[in-house]
Design a protein around this ligand. Sequence first.
Ligand SMILES: *[C@@H]1O[C@H](CO)[C@@H](O)[C@H](O)[C@H]1NC(C)=O
Ligand SMILES: *[C@@H]1O[C@H](CO)[C@@H](O)[C@H](O)[C@H]1NC(C)=O
Length: 140
Amino acid sequence: LQRIQRIFVFYLAALVPVTTAHLGGPVTFTCVLPKTETGRRDIHWYKQSLGDTLKIIWTLKESVTPRFAPEFDNSRWEADYDKNVSNLTILRTNQEDEGIYHCGFTEWLQDTTWTGTYLLVKGNNVISFHAILRCYKCTL
Ligand SMILES: *[C@@H]1O[C@H](CO)[C@@H](O)[C@H](O)[C@H]1NC(C)=O
Ligand SMILES: *[C@@H]1O[C@H](CO)[C@@H](O)[C@H](O)[C@H]1NC(C)=O
C-alpha cells in the first residue's frame, strides 16, 4: 500500500501540490484570493476523495453568514478568511480526510478560479500487502 500510495502521490504531484498531515494532528489549507475590484465574492471549499464526487465543505456567499455543510459542521473543522486568504483547518486529521481539497473563488459576475491540494495523511496504521498477495498454487 505504501508503495502504491507513493506512486499515486508522485503521479498526482504533477497535477496538484501535496500537503502532508500526521494522523491525529492538525492541517491548514490556505487559499490565496485574487484581488477584487468590487469586493463582492464567493469562496467555496470542496473535498474530493478518490473515486468520489466533490463534496462541499464550506461556503462564503456575499451577505450570507459563512457556513459548513452538515457533514463537516463539527468541532474537527474550522474555516477563516480575510481580504487576501481563506484558510480551511482540520484540527484532528483522520485517514478518511485524505483526498483533494479545492478552493473556488468567484468574483461577482466572473468565472470561478480554482486551486487545489492533495492531502496525504501519514500515520502508523500501515496496512500490509502480504495478506493480499498470498502465494497460492506456488511452485517453489
Ligand atoms: C491563514 O493561515 C496562515 C498560516 O497558518 C496564517 O498565517 C493566517 O493568519 C491565516 N489567516 C486567516 C485569515 O485565517
Ligand atoms: C492583504 O494584502 C495586502 C498587500 O497585498 C496588505 O497590505 C493587507 O494588509 C492584507 N490584508 C490583510 C487583512 O491581511
